[in-house]
Design a binder for this molecule. Structure first.
Ligand SMILES: Nc1ncnc2c1ncn2[C@@H]1O[C@H](COP(=O)(O)OP(=O)(O)OP(=O)(O)O)[C@@H](O)[C@H]1O
Ligand SMILES: [Mg+2]
Length: 239
């Protein structure tokens, strides 16, 4: 569960998040949409405890960020633009490394299962620095799932993946959601987001300007909702 109240993020004099309120119940799958520069990555990085809020309150599973970041990280998986992998380790060594970091035992089975799930079983013994970008992205997805996190954060996870890998990721995300894990995913692929998510939030100029559950989308679909949201004047918390 994620609770964000009046979140502000500034970089120097520039205010990027201007009072974001955001609540996600366990098991929801939220697609966070918005134009380039809206603040989506900044927001996800704060949720992932990779950046600090300037003002406001951020709680994940009841733990406060950044004060209780260690407890949050234990139950959180992140797929970001930086794959956070070690180039001089093999695919399986990377997963084993992260598994140990989370204090997991009996990792062999888990590592094999994840490598198969992301389509890298045959490359398990190859060094990650020899991987293509899409292959690194696949492994980053495996890495994010190794400890079966309650909350999965993904920043444009389909970017750079080929058609098969995108479908593989969608299958993984549907499984994750079916298991009751919470997902927040940014995307510019509205069709994909519409297919996967149970809720859609639109971030524009640092505030959430619209939010709708999947069943509350207009009959014309997500694209129409999205365009409408960007036309509407920002209402909440605009500074
Ligand atoms: N470390 C930083 N220092 C200064 N400004 C930053 C920093 N990180 C992000 N910004 C600024 O914050 C704003 C939001 O950037 P962010 O990356 O969060 O947008 P985004 O919604 O993820 O966009 P995109 O769709 O292009 O990925 C941009 O104006 C960006 O220049
Ligand atoms: Mg971004």
């Amino acid at each position: 569960m994620i609770e964000v109240r009046r979140l502000v993020k500034r970089f120097g004099l520039k205010t990027v998040l201007r009072g974001v309120d955001f609540h996600v119940e366990q098991g929801e799958f939220v697609a966070l949409l918005g134009p380039n520069g809206a603040g989506k990555t900044t927001f996800l990085r704060i949720l992932a405890s990779l950046a600090r809020p300037t003002l406001g309150e951020v709680r994940i599973n009841g733990y406060l960020l950044p004060q209780q970041a260690a407890a949050v990280r234990q139950r959180l998986g992140v797929v970001s633009h930086l794959p956070l992998l070690y180039g001089d380790l093999t695919a399986e060594e990377n997963l084993r490394f992260y598994g140990r970091l989370y204090g997991l035992d009996g990792l062999d089975g888990r590592v094999s299962e994840l490598l198969a799930r992301v389509g890298l079983a045959e490359r398990r013994r190859d060094l990650v620095r020899t991987f293509s970008r899409g292959m690194q992205q696949r492994l980053a997805i495996g890495r994010a799932l190794i400890h079966q996190p309650d909350v999965l954060l993904l920043d444009e996870p389909h970017t750079g993946l080929d058609q098969d890998a995108c479908e593989m990721l969608d299958t993984i995300l549907r499984d994750v959601a079916a298991q009751g894990q919470t997902v927040v995913m940014t995307s510019h692929d509205l069709a994909r987001a519409e297919d996967l998510a149970t809720r859609f939030d639109v971030l524009s100029r640092g505030v959430i300007v619209a939010s709708a559950a999947a069943q509350a989308l207009p009959p014309e679909g997500l694209l129409s909702f999205y365009r409408q949201a960007l036309r509407a004047p920002a209402q909440k918390g605009a500074a």
